[in-house]
Design a protein around this ligand. Structure first.
Ligand SMILES: [Zn+2]
Length: 159
């Protein structure tokens, strides 16, 4: 294997590494883009994974399976204990919806990054920088309807 440039191999490790969670990956691309943030705000509803207090913006990084994403991986319910998993994931989804509503009620904007989106780090980064800095929010093709709705939610109501 060629010794590539360190940035690229770090990204590849972040994408593929078994010990690297999706959340850590999102943190690292945000950090590399120059954003500074805090983690796991225990004082906020749903304990968002990444927060920008001054901007009042929060990001959740969701695993597709655990949070019931409307994608291939999210739809894959184990064949044994199916009822258990359905119930478990259903209650995760309910909790996510409640947290989102509670955060918005407190004046926070919220974005969700799905694990499956991380296959395209550049489009995630584009969406995040628009979420954090821009007036626009351009969801990628791969986003589920739910994610598109989330994205529309973060636009100011006047637009
Ligand atoms: Zn997904």
């Amino acid at each position: 294997m060629k010794q590539g440039d360190p940035d690229r191999s770090r990204i590849m490790r972040a994408v593929k590494g078994k010990d690297t969670s999706p959340e850590r990956f999102v943190r690292s691309i945000l950090h590399r883009a120059g954003y500074r943030f805090r983690l796991h705000a225990t004082d906020l509803p749903g304990k968002p994974d990444i927060i920008f207090r001054r901007r009042k913006k929060a990001i959740f990084v969701h695993g597709c399976f655990w949070h019931g994403h409307n994608c291939k991986r999210g739809a894959r319910i184990p064949k044994s204990n199916t009822q258990y998993w359905k119930k478990k994931i259903g209650s995760n989804i309910d909790r996510d919806v409640r947290s989102l509503g509670a955060l918005k009620a407190l004046g926070w904007s919220v974005a969700i990054v799905w694990e499956c989106e991380l296959k395209e780090p550049n489009s995630v980064m584009r969406r995040m920088s628009m979420f954090l800095d821009g007036e626009l929010c351009l969801p990628t093709q791969s986003l589920s309807n739910q994610a598109k709705a989330d994205c529309e939610d973060i636009l100011p109501p006047s637009r």
